[in-house]
Design a protein around this ligand. Sequence first.
Ligand code: PEP
Ligand code: MG
Length: 296
Amino acid sequence: KKQLLQELKGKENITLDGRKINIFANIGGVGSIGAVLANDAGGIGLFRSEFLYLESEDYPTEEQQFSAYRKVLESMAGKKVIIRTLDIGADKQIDYFGLEKEDNPALGLRAVRICLTRPEIFKTQLRALYRASAFGDLGIMFPMITSVAEVEKCLAVCEEVKAELKSDGIRFNENTEIGIMIETPAAAVISDLLAPLVDFFSVGTNDLTQYTLACDRQNAKLEPFVDTHHEAVLRLIEMAANNAHKNGTWIGICGELAADLTLTETFMRMGIDELSVSPPYVLPLREKVRSLDLSR
Ligand code: PEP
Ligand code: MG
């Protein structure tokens, strides 16, 4: 079986009737790039940038971040790399952030909410990202979006950073794609309003499921109540896909559901453009895609 999967390296992610999809990989650190390449992923669909902050004793500097991002982009040699901006919250404790303990961290101050209230941290990361953009095909993605105003604020900070880099004479890719995670029911429901603002969506099914079904993803006791194929979650994904495509925005899925082979056909019928999974799932997913016939 393993041997058969190895033979799929270098092959296309194409159904029997000729429909293609991108299969990317999710990683949480520079150390996993070897696995991304070894499993022949088409790109990185989710690079969780938290590791840089978690591994550090103090805020990682622009230089430290730039060199990490650049390394990832160079290792991927022109393949797409989507780096998500900082997604910490009261559940992921980082001492130097001095976050107050919250009773309800999943519904608390996290991700882009922290970045927008602490613009110096956000700007440092975005400067490092844009500087790295000159070394590959970068996409920048914002987590935990719930409103148009948040996206507009994120985009405004991007514009500020770009203007600064220009006046500093620093090279960056003007066409760096910007995307948002669709991982709150609010974002999916207003995806018609969000799609015109960005180049891509990436559905975070872990959080989308948690917030849609009102089940804390950290609470093991709730497992019997979590129907990962719940129609409500699937409808929200489909809604986001339709609204994305009406606006020329592409859409991927980077939550764990992307690796669920019993849903691959459903996602392809929705027109999902990219599935991003943990590296060991790339080839099994390719095998699944190549077995499907969507004309039937
Ligand atoms: C998600 O929420 O599905 C996701 C991909 O992000 P994370 O698991 O890092 O919250
Ligand atoms: Mg998430």
